[in-house]
Design a protein around this ligand. Structure first.
Ligand code: NAP
Length: 443
């Protein structure tokens, strides 16, 4: 029997479990740990609440979770309540699938002012992540700045721009829906340090900005490179740039009646945020592209009035004490998913964003999960005879000894039912936003 512990129940975690099931069938036992009492990580707390079709992938993970050889071990903080070496002693392989839940820091003066948030916090707030449910962004101002030109920046801008009616069918949490319904924001600036040809937004998601009921995306025609230059772009980016061109060619009269403007501001880098306790201005420097395609400051600065700032400039994996970490890249130090810790007993791996950083789609985690299982298989085979590890029985004994309140997948299904019962009309669920309430709901 092979015993595998996976830390993190998001896409990378479940695809790894699926791959282990396929590889070893009845000859494997997989425990999937999560610090929250609820599974699915990024699918629940990261994917935008108005992108329900993307969230539907959790049904596939549920199939994996319901098999006898896979368990969900929720409400257990690995690294705090149980250490990695303890798990290594119990399981043949420990796979870190912890994602990248921390914001890459802006690192400019004033980034600690009130009403300045990283996207992890802001997205967590509207998605009801217990860590961020009480964030309470102040939406009483008229202008918001979103920094970064990736899909997360798009999510944040779109959520800020939507009317309550446009959240029909979404699972945006009640506190965010109420706050957004009272929002005064009418100008959303999306700030990019490079130009239209360097955006990281994908076409489908960018196109959605053109279909909002009260908001209109604004691109200045003079910011766009000559159309013939688009021919050199890879096809996805070319489609995204076509959306920008469409936004730029929208006549002003077509914008009449739209009360919210989503303005693309290219070639600016943030120098500082200013305000008296609360953010009031963003100071930026105009940039230009270098030969190598990076950006450099031009020395020209300007200040823009803003009352809310969300930086969406990428994420980092949270370090775990004792696990080698690549500071520059922001994820665990690894070779092809294998982690070599100094005091190593072997069998430590990472997968998904914790292995390669926050890039790609949810589906990218599938081959990643299958690949790490291949590494595990190679290592187990080359080790020859198994040391018969205790696996889940050993963990259960440890959990009992420590008085850990483990939440099972069956418990989660009860929590899920309670969330579905509490849903407002047309919504799939009203999420619990604090851990206590989740735990209580399983009874
Ligand atoms: P991302 O795609 O890497 O975009 C990050 C953006 O931040 C880039 O425009 C980058 O500009 C900019 N940036 C980075 N450092 C900066 C700095 N110091 N100052 C100013 N700008 C900076 O990351 P993401 O938006 O966080 O998305 C993460 C992953 O999730 C991506 O693969 C994304 O496609 C995926 N995702 C998908 C969806 C969906 O609906 N399909 C939704 C959300 C996320 P440079 O290019 O100049 O570095």
């Amino acid at each position: 029997m092979r015993h595998i512990a996976i830390i993190g129940s998001g896409p990378a975690g479940y695809y790894t479990a699926e791959a282990a099931q396929k590889r070893w069938g009845d000859e494997v036992r997989v425990d999937i740990f999560d610090r929250l009492p609820v599974p699915f990580g990024l699918i629940r707390s990261g994917v935008a609440p108005d992108h329900q079709s993307i969230k539907a992938v959790s049904r596939r993970y549920e199939k994996v979770a319901l098999a006898d050889n896979v368990r969900f071990v929720g409400n257990v903080a690995v690294g705090k309540q149980v250490s990695i070496p303890e798990l290594q002693a119990l399981y043949d392989a420990v796979v870190l699938a912890t994602g990248a839940p921390q914001d890459r820091p802006m690192g400019v003066p004033g980034d600690d002012l009130a009403n300045v948030f990283g996207s992890a916090g802001f997205v967590g707030w509207y998605n009801g992540h217990p860590q961020f449910a009480t964030l309470a962004p102040d939406l009483s101002g008229t202008t918001a700045a979103v920094i970064g030109m990736g899909n997360v920046a798009l999510d944040v801008a779109r959520i800020l721009a939507k009317t309550p009616a446009e959240f029909a069918g979404s699972d945006i949490v009640g506190h965010a829906l109420e706050a957004l319904a009272d929002s005064n924001i009418e100008r959303i600036l999306i700030l990019g340090r490079r130009g239209p040809h360097q955006i990281a937004m994908t076409p489908k998601e960018l196109g959605e900005l053109g279909e909002l009921s009260r908001a209109t995306p604004v691109v200045l025609p003079e910011d766009l490179p000559p159309p013939e230059a688009d021919a050199l772009l890879e096809p996805g980016l070319r489609k995204s740039v076509a959306h920008l061109r469409h936004f730029a060619s929208t006549p002003e009269e077509e914008r009449a009646g739209k009360s919210v403007r989503i303005e693309f501001v290219f070639f600016v880098q943030t120098l500082a945020l200013h305000g008296d306790g609360r953010v009031q201005e963003i100071e930026v420097e105009r940039t230009r592209l270098t030969e190598g395609g990076r950006c450099e400051g031009t020395g020209e600065t300007l200040r823009l009035p803003v009352e809310l700032v969300v930086s969406a400039i990428g994420y980092r994996t949270s370090p775990i004490p004792g696990v080698p970490y690549d500071e520059r890249a922001g994820h665990f130090a690894n070779e092809d998913g294998r982690i070599s810790a100094p005091s190593d007993v072997g069998g430590l791996y990472c997968v998904g964003w914790a292995r390669r950083g926050p890039t790609g789609t949810i589906g990218t985690n599938r081959p990643d999960g299958y690949a790490v299982v291949e590494r595990i298989a190679e290592d187990l085979e080359s080790a020859g005879q198994f040391a018969e590890k205790q696996g889940r029985a050993g963990f259960d004994a440890l959990a009992a000894e420590r008085g850990l309140d483990v939440v099972t997948f069956r418990d989660w299904k009860k929590i899920e039912e309670a969330e579905e019962r509490a849903a407002r009309e047309g919504s799939p669920r009203e999420k619990f936003v604090d851990v206590e309430a989740m735990i209580k709901a399983r009874q």
